[in-house]
Write a protein that binds this ligand. Structure first.
Ligand code: UFG
Length: 327
């Protein structure tokens, strides 16, 4: 069996990736500090508790499992928090990643899959973003991810590190079999917050800003189903193992949904009213982030199958109703 070291494997996207890796015949070895992850989400391979900043622990895990590749999900990922406490993002996301990348190179592992983000692009008026779009992040989260992309580029040139970098748009939905799902504490993402409001677990959703330059005044995002997203990671891993070299791919669907449109669709899927109020803008939010994923489709053969808004909300709603949020 081929081991893949999955940092953040106890988190939302990482746990879904572990399931997909196992189904593809790999053994996912989760490395996670459990600061934001959940041990009960580690179901598909061994678990090693550790922090990215703990180099000795990383070296020991590399020596024990001899992975063929690293998939690096572990990161702080809240845009709003990154504007309030940027040091957290530079320390965890940049210094932590540098430590991991250095340990990876010194262990002789040259295949690295990295979770980056469309937040690295920043504001580009009414443009469908592609991988060549200039990266001008407007928040510390996006800046921290762009910095890690640069580190990987440098390690590629200096040490032969091959990386597949995925720039995600907004990830939503959950495992259709309900084995894992989205669970953040505190929750900050639109769809789970909305489902909590629908279910009476919070008084209301607050719409962050209704004066954006969009048709209904609310921000527009491109939502992609977590299962489609992790399928792309398995394809990206295979790309590296086939020796195809470093490449960047956007992962989105090309369809933009405003906050109000997501509310309307949630009402339709759950058949319940959505309590909401209108509030001010959240610092760091871009007006519109929409991607084409033609490169991932053309080069990786990626074919999203669950990324309709209806399906994403349905899967998230089914997971929500399992009660994992109530633990
Ligand atoms: N929103 C609200 N109210 C809320 C939460 C969110 O109106 O309570 C709005 C936001 O302002 C934004 C949209 O819903 O316009 C989506 O917000 P999320 O917090 O769900 O997602 P973000 O777009 O801020 O960020 C997410 C991930 C990042 C990733 C980014 C890419 O958290 O890691 O998507 O767009 F980089």
């Amino acid at each position: 069996m081929k081991n893949v070291l999955v940092t953040g494997g106890a988190g939302y996207i990482g746990s879904h990736a572990c399931k997909a890796l196992k189904q593809a015949g790999f053994t996912p070895v989760t490395y996670d500090s459990l600061v934001t992850g959940w041990e009960d989400a580690v179901k598909f391979g061994p678990f090693e508790k550790g922090d990215l900043l703990d180099r000795a622990r990383l070296d020991a895990v590399f020596a024990q499992y001899k992975p063929v590749a690293v998939m690096h999900f572990a990161a702080l990922s809240q845009v709003g928090e990154s504007m309030k406490i940027p040091a957290l993002y530079w320390k965890n996301n940049v210094m932590g990643s540098l430590n991991l990348i250095e340990a990876t190179a010194e262990a002789g592992v040259t295949n690295f899959v990295f979770s980056s983000t469309c937040a690295t692009y920043g504001e580009h008026d009414n443009v469908v973003l592609n991988e060549m779009t200039e990266q001008l992040p407007i928040n510390a989260y996006g800046a921290s991810k762009r910095a890690v992309e640069d580190i990987l580029d440098n390690f590629g040139a200096a040490h032969g590190m091959n990386s597949v970098i995925f720039r995600y748009f907004n990830v939503a939905g959950g495992d259709p079999e309900g084995e894992v799902g989205e669970h953040h504490r505190p929750e900050t993402h639109l769809i789970p917050i909305m489902l909590e409001a629908i279910d009476g677990k919070r008084p209301a959703l607050t719409i962050f800003g209704t004066d954006y330059d969009t048709p209904d005044g609310t921000c527009i995002r491109d939502y992609v189903h977590v299962c489609d997203l992790v399928d792309a990671h398995v394809l990206g891993l295979q790309w590296l193992l086939d020796g195809k070299g470093s490449r960047v791919f956007n992962l989105g669907t090309g369809d933009g949904f405003s906050v109000r449109e997501v509310i309307d669709q949630s009402r339709a899927v759950t058949n319940k009213s959505v309590p909401y109020e209108e509030g001010p803008r959240r610092a760091g939010d871009c007006t519109k982030l929409v991607s084409g994923s033609t490169r991932a489709e053309a080069e990786l053969g990626w074919m999203p199958t669950r990324s309709t808004m209806k399906q994403m909300i349905e899967d998230a709603w089914n997971w929500h109703r399992t009660g994992h949020y109530d633990k």
